[in-house]
Design a protein around this ligand. Structure first.
Ligand code: GLN
Length: 461
């Protein structure tokens, strides 16, 4: 069997030159090495037994470690930093025959929902260049939406794959916590972080997840849990599947056009044999305050390592303390600084019990909501992925407004359950995604629902 990985890589670079480069480009890809990518592709094409992803070109978010391209996390503090080791997810995709063609732009250290917080400038939404692509993995989403590649890697802490997938009209998956190795993923909030995948279609995402999922001896938090053949979940019917419609995700304040697209999607799932049931996840409204205590708390600790001594930027100064201060002040952008300050505050003596400990307790309640609803016989939950389609640049200058964007996505990270965003329609030409949330490690049923949702939409068109 012959594969044409060289052709796929050439096409990717051609498309990149058309849409991404220059002052009017999308700005989704930060670092590339075309010669190296072509050499990797030639090597992939010459193996006797082509891998599962032969012929595939992919990109990865700039917070996933690569040994021949920089890993800056969209931050000045890591400008020029090249990792001495490669992330397991990259190694697995390459071992399956796929070729890395670039590292993608993102909000600094994956903190953000619009890609406006990258030190390397914003990414434009390929569907409408006056709009944000979402974030923080906006570059990875835009690269797929612009047709440069069909598969890309992002990271998820509170919705950073699903939300940009919704805004760019593609598929985005956050796997179960522990499903995918995080070896080589730069840590933001370790109790929430997961590598996620984008696909042009559900099948593209399933193909990629099949390859990267599974236990990795290099990551003690990766679970030793069998990986299903997700692509076998492609089936026309949903007989026997119970889908919960959580009322807290359909508040009366929800944009009626979003609600209408969701109801139509639910109807299409029902038409394929699923039973749709109204359910309740009563602690949903607490997810944003809880997330924005826990994530900054963990970030303030994880980002302490960027001190000018071991990695990237160093601003020389008279004393060690002065050097730390100068480097971190210059190296981190305003949102990252805000998170470190917030996180340090909620962890400090005197405030720990009132904020951090309380948030952990409420997180348990949020996880319990999911457990109870799944134990009641519900297989999947269906919700909007985002409250609105992509917004305009500068529309959310108040950080709290930006944080509210994660209202429907952060819950799955807090509970550790898998979730996928699939395009379900357009609003004034802007795409919008529907979200399916499944039980822990049941990506198989999640994909089954996603394939059905996608097929129903294709038929309706
Ligand atoms: N928007 C969220 C945040 O800013 C989620 C980020 C993410 O998932 N990495 O923290």
């Amino acid at each position: 069997m012959s594969t044409n990985t060289v052709g796929a890589v050439r096409d990717a670079f051609k498309r990149m030159a058309e849409v991404d480069a220059g002052p009017t480009g999308l700005n989704c890809i930060l670092w590339t090495d075309e010669e190296r990518a072509l050499a990797d592709a030639a090597a992939a094409d010459s193996v006797a037994a082509p891998g599962a992803l032969a012929g595939v070109a992919f990109v990865a978010k700039d917070n996933i470690a690569t040994t021949h391209l920089q890993t800056t996390c969209g931050s000045r503090i890591l400008e020029g930093y090249v990792s001495p080791y490669e992330a397991t997810v990259i190694t697995r995709l390459r071992d399956a025959g796929a070729v890395l063609v670039g590292k993608t732009n993102c909000d600094e250290f994956a903190m953000g929902s619009s890609n406006e917080y990258s030190a390397w400038g914003p990414v434009l939404n390929p569907v409408d260049r006056t709009r944000v692509p979402g974030g923080s993995s906006g570059g990875s989403a835009a690269t797929v939406a612009a047709g440069i590649v069909r598969i890309s890697l992002g990271s998820e802490t509170g919705g950073s794959v699903r939300q940009p997938a919704s805004y760019c009209g593609i598929v985005g998956v956050k796997p179960t916590y522990g499903r995918v190795s995080r070896f080589g993923l730069v840590a933001f909030a370790s109790s929430l972080d997961q590598v996620g995948v984008f696909g042009a279609t559900v099948d593209d995402a399933a193909r990629a997840l099949e390859v990267i999922a599974g236990r990795d001896p290099l990551d003690a938090t990766s679970a030793d849990c069998p990986v299903d053949r997700y692509r076998s979940a492609a089936t026309a019917d949903l007989q026997g599947i119970v889908i919960g419609r959580p009322r807290e995700y359909f508040p009366s304040s929800l944009d009626p056009r979003v609600a209408q697209r969701c109801e139509a999607a639910l109807e299409s799932l029902r038409a394929r044999g699923a039973e749709v049931r109204d359910v309740s996840l009563p602690h949903t409204e607490l997810a944003i305050p809880v997330y924005y205590i826990i994530a900054p708390a963990e970030a303030s600790s994880n980002l302490a390592r960027f001190d000018g001594v071991r990695y990237g930027l160093r601003i020389p100064a008279d004393g060690l303390r002065e050097m730390y201060e100068a480097t971190r002040t210059r190296g981190f952008g305003p949102e990252v600084t805000r998170r470190i300050l917030l996180g340090t505050y909620v962890l400090s003596a005197g405030y720990y019990d009132a904020y951090y400990k309380k948030a952990q307790e409420v997180r348990t309640l949020i996880a319990q909501d999911f457990r109870e609803v799944f134990e009641s016989g519900v297989h999947l939950l269906f919700t909007p992925t985002t409250p609105t389609p992509a917004f305009e640049f500068g529309a959310k200058s108040d950080p709290y407004e930006m944080y509210l964007n994660d209202i429907f996505t952060a819950t799955a990270n807090l509970a550790g359950v898998p979730a996928i965003s699939v395009p379900i329609g357009d609003i004034d030409g802007l795409p919008i995604g529907g979200q399916l949330i499944a039980r822990h490690f049941d990506e198989q049923t999640m994909f089954r629902g996603a394939y059905a949702l996608e097929a129903a939409r294709a038929e309706a068109k």
